[in-house]
Design a protein around this ligand. Structure first.
Ligand code: C2E
Ligand code: CA
Ligand code: CA
Ligand code: CA
Length: 285
């Protein structure tokens, strides 16, 4: 038993060491990607349920280090935030998304949504960055949506949260829209939501009921979905359901009067060239 205890300590310190190495390697890799144009954006359509038309796209960051497999954003975004690289990466994402989306907006009226991380929002220079990028790329403000999470708003001090809200109010005055991402997974109170300068509620896929096929949806599973869609409507927000994977789920959300959906049932995230072909093609449903 004595030997086993020592062994555990060794395993533990080995793991700490290798996690530290992973972290350092990821940070170095992200720095390199920024320098060598190593990132790309994929775009996932937001589909209007009533018509099947693509109304917008969400830009999603992709990183494949040279000679390696793609690293999922859930694995590297937190490291980008911790290391302070998220500012530069976020700027790159915003600029690239606005550049690529301009012809889509001009030709098809398609808007673009960009994910914004907490540290970007807490940067007093963020509104100026947005204005500069819109100016440089020629994308009209109404063609841009910024996606922020509840958690990023709440995980700050009250004073900081007030400053973030003031920044969003300013950006929204230019016509840029703001979406609350992953809605329902954070801890913001409903009264707080009412005060937030937002236009769009994105319902996290955790609240999309599992499709049990012929067994139908379980009534209990629908309660929260319906409540969130109705909440969005009563606050006069556009509701977007994420993670719609089946025709049954799409039909259910249509019945619940959810306006937009996003998910593998319609489209997976795809490179800009593929998206351009989708936009010129026939509608999805
Ligand atoms: P998110 O903002 O909630 O993005 C939606 C995620 O759901 C994407 O994962 C998308 O590929 C995935 N998804 C879409 N439809 C379906 C579906 O039908 N089923 C399932 N199971 N998943 C679906 P992805 O691209 O891996 O991104 C993960 C997260 O990484 C994003 O979640 C977002 O929080 C973050 N992220 C991605 N790109 C950026 C970025 O440019 N900046 C920042 N700050 N975060 C980003
Ligand atoms: Ca998002
Ligand atoms: Ca989301
Ligand atoms: Ca998410």
């Amino acid at each position: 038993a004595k030997g086993a205890g020592k062994n555990q300590v060794t395993v533990y310190t080995d793991r700490l060491r290798s996690e530290r190495q992973d972290y350092a390697q990821t940070v170095a890799g992200l720095r390199r990607a920024l320098k060598d144009d190593g990132f790309v954006l994929h775009y996932q359509p937001l589909v209007e349920l009533a018509t099947g038309a693509v109304r917008g796209v969400e830009a999603l960051l992709r990183w494949t280090p040279p000679g390696q497999r793609p690293v999922p954003p859930d694995a590297f975004i937190p490291i980008a935030e911790q290391s302070g690289l998220i500012g530069a990466i976020g700027d790159w994402v915003l600029r690239r998304a606005c550049t690529e989306a301009r012809p889509w907006y001009e030709q098809h009226g398609t808007t673009v949504s960009v994910n914004v991380a907490g540290p970007q929002l807490r940067d007093p220079g963020f509104p100026d960055t947005v204005l500069q990028v819109l100016h440089d790329t020629g994308l009209p403000p109404r063609a841009l949506t910024l996606e922020i999470t509840e958690t990023d708003l709440v995980a700050t001090t009250m004073a900081e949260a007030d400053e973030v809200v003031a920044r969003l109010v300013k950006i929204r005055e230019w016509g840029v829209r703001v979406a609350i991402d992953d809605f329902g997974t954070g801890y913001s109170s409903l009264s707080y939501l009412r005060q937030l300068p937002v236009d769009i509620l994105k319902i996290d896929r955790a609240f999309i009921p599992p499709d049990r096929g012929d067994a139908g949806f379980r009534p209990d599973d629908l309660t929260l979905t319906r409540a969130i869609v109705d909440l969005g409507a009563s606050l006069r927000l556009t509701t977007v359901a994420e993670g719609v994977e089946t025709a049954g789920q799409a039909e259910l959300l249509r019945r619940l009067n959810c306006s937009l959906v996003q998910g593998y049932h319609f489209y997976r995230p795809m490179p800009a060239l593929e998206l351009a072909a989708v936009l010129t093609g026939p509608v999805a449903v």
